[in-house]
Design a protein around this ligand. Structure first.
Ligand SMILES: [Mn+2]
Length: 461
């Protein structure tokens, strides 16, 4: 670590910002083509307004550079050595956290981002305080719980995960980063993160980064308890958990989530309207669907007032389940290429009251929006201009709306017409009953490559 640190002190990101070293190459492979600028690296506009920074000043500089709106939609020129340094540090931080972490209100809950970096910046901007030159950026004004799925699908997984890791390093208590099911190697090797690394680094570097990121992910906490009574996780509840300690004591690292039933459910489970009990999750091919009764029992056992989770796209960005006992929060807007869902972030105030702030769908790529969030004009690639790496069929197979199985046994409709069931009917066509492939079972090849990961870190230390 010593030598690596020394090296990065000299060629850190911050010094790049000075001399225009931030590469603003279009993120992704610009599928529509034809956008102005071509492949040539365009210098960031207004670079001269960058505050003067000395080389190697460290993480805060990286944060400022990354969080600066003018870079949204463009690849940030990460140095391999900087990422290694961050990964080593963040791993140590996650290692020291339990699988269940805790914080107090007020707090902002951010759901799935899926590499939609612009949406992360927009979410932060919702909490800016002050105006003009005196504005205090939103990422410094709140405590945040992120419910996972930072990577895959969108085209800037690396910006999303790096900014959040940096913020976590700088502000451990204010950034509570939970793991999502996409923070698992078997998933993010297929759904975009690996391909993005390969596009942005040479073969050896991208391979190392892929394994190291995934090792870090195995130490990430799975749930966060807010003020003792609001439980946040990515997927859903774990019916077999009898107390909070059952979550707290899940051993780390959790390399292969399906091997730990509670951990797997926290990452993968989905609520299902009208279901009694729980049953295998046919949409995901792993974990469970759980009904309202199971949720009710779970919340009683663990003495909870609210469950907050992500994992499923909601057209409005959020949706309640079981009379507001559970809420799904999904932050990536325009998540599917062909539909314009809102993204939301949820705000829980000191008294535990909840509100939602909306990220409206971004217009299609190619047109800078210059919207009220101050997004760069002519930026070209907004959150709407996303790239799904891999087949669209696959991309649509997960993260659907609440699933309604009207014909299922014991699935008689409740008399009351709640907004969530209405919503879900609209979203029913999101459902693709396609089972996951063998993701739940790690292949032999996968097992093999788990070994070198440890040595990668050991070499650095
Ligand atoms: Mn998910």
């Amino acid at each position: 670590m010593q030598s690596s640190t020394d090296r990065t002190e000299q060629d850190g990101l911050s010094s790049d910002a000075e001399d225009g070293g931030i590469v603003t190459r279009r993120a992704g492979k610009s599928p529509g083509g034809g956008e102005g600028g071509g492949g040539g690296g365009r210098k960031s506009p207004g670079g001269g307004t960058n505050r003067r920074r000395r080389a190697g000043k460290g993480y805060m500089d990286m944060i400022y550079c990354l969080a600066s709106q003018r870079y949204s939609g463009n690849y940030f020129n990460f140095k391999f050595s900087d990422i290694l340094r961050v990964l080593v540090e963040i791993r140590g931080i996650f290692e020291n956290e339990k699988m269940l972490i805790e914080c107090q209100t007020p707090v902002v809950v951010v759901g799935d981002l899926h590499g939609q970096y612009t949406d992360l910046l927009r979410a932060f901007n919702l909490f800016n305080v002050g105006t003009g030159a005196k504005v205090r950026p939103g990422y410094l004004t709140q405590r945040f719980v992120f419910t996972g799925d930072y990577v895959d699908r969108g085209k800037q997984s690396l910006e999303v995960i790096m900014l959040l890791f940096l913020l976590k390093i700088k502000f451990k208590k204010s950034y509570l980063l939970l793991r999502g099911n996409h923070e698992c190697k078997a998933i993010n090797r297929v759904y975009g993160f690996k391909a993005e690394l390969e596009e942005r680094f040479d073969k050896d570097e991208s391979n190392k980064l892929f394994h190291m990121f995934n090792e870090v992910f195995t130490y990430m906490p799975l749930a966060c308890l807010v003020s003792g009574s609001i439980l946040c996780m990515h997927g859903g509840i774990a019916p077999s958990a009898t107390c909070l300690d059952d979550i707290r004591n899940i051993p780390k690292p959790l390399i292969d989530p399906p091997e730990d039933e509670i951990g797997c459910d926290l990452l993968w489970a989905d609520p299902m309207i009208g279901l009694k009990g729980h049953r295998p999750n046919s949409v995901r091919g792993v974990s469970k669907h759980f009904g309202e009764d199971v949720l009710e029992d779970f919340m009683k056992r663990l003495d909870l007032t609210l469950v907050v989770r992500g994992h499923q796209m909601m057209m409005n960005g959020f949706n309640f389940f079981h009379d507001k006992r559970l809420v799904t929060v999904f932050t990536a807007s325009s998540y599917y290429p062909d539909r314009a869902n809102n993204g939301v972030v949820m705000y829980i105030n000191r008294e535990g009251r909840c509100g939602f702030k909306i990220l409206t769908p971004q217009e299609e790529k190619g047109e800078g929006r210059g919207d009220s969030t101050g997004q760069e004009k002519g930026g070209g690639v907004g959150a709407g201009g996303k790239v799904f790496r891999g087949a669209h069929d696959d991309a649509n197979a997960y993260d659907t709306g609440y699933v309604v199985y009207g014909e299922e046994k014991g699935a008689e409709k409740k008399g009351k017409k709640k907004s969530d069931s209405k919503r879900s009917e609209k979203e029913e066509d999101d459902k693709k009953g396609k089972p996951r492939k063998s993701d739940s079972k790690r292949s032999e090849k996968e097992k093999e490559i788990l070994k070198p990961i440890k040595s990668l870190f050991q070499n650095l230390k």
